[in-house]
Design a protein around this ligand. Sequence first.
Ligand code: KIV
Length: 284
Amino acid sequence: MTKVSIPRLLEKQQAGEPIVMVTAYDFPTARAAERAGVDMVLVGDSGAQVHLGYATTAEVTTDELLVLAGAVRRGTETAFLVCDVAFGTTEESDAQAVATAVRFVKEAGADAVKLEGGNAEKLSRIRAIVAAGIPVVGHVGLTPQTATALGGLRAQGRTESSAARVVEEALGVQRAGAFCVVVEAVPAEVTAVLREVLDIPIIGIGAGPADGQVLVVNDLLGVTEGRTAKFVKTYGSIGDDTVAAISAYADEVRSGAFPGAEHQYAATPEAVDAARESAERLRR
Ligand code: KIV
């Protein structure tokens, strides 16, 4: 299998072949995504919450994301690897944004970085990172890092001003040089407009039909506890399966059923005698 490249992703878009993206935060999940044949793996800063247990995505650091990204890189062979940059690590200046993006490429082997937002400052950051030779994925609509400013984790593009802003930001992101854009939590009708005006692939999440789709892996596997967003479809029950497996293990340890004879090593009688002699000698 050949590695997925940007030209391959654009080819898929042109051919109307949906692009599949999924998040991953560790080696085993990256292996599973690779074996499932996804096109793109995203080390999302959603990992701050679903993998590292923070209350918001804004709390994660570059060093923490780099550990997750390195594990995911080691688990992927063909999938195109995109890494989110952490909140506060591109906001100060273009130079800061380039330095952050370079770390993801050099230290984690990222194929591209993803930046949330499309205001003038963010567009400048995207231009700078692209000029440094690092591919950028944009992210508009609901942008969790700055959700407070958007009124919380809620759908965007549902009012006249918000819909106009989503289109303006998506076009801005494309003009700034992003090769692809994630559109999160916007009405399908607004995404349809974006598909008419944008040339770059749109990866939707809660945005209706698009050139591709992305889901947070914990949501799709059924690992996430409690309510998930309206747009989440759950394809597994790994959370419940995990609890059931650990509970069964705990029960067997407590009852003495585990470890059974089949999980133990055999020793020769001579080795057992030697262990006894040694124990006797050392006990004196
Ligand atoms: O961090 C993330 O997982 C994301 C996806 C929701 C697109 O940005």
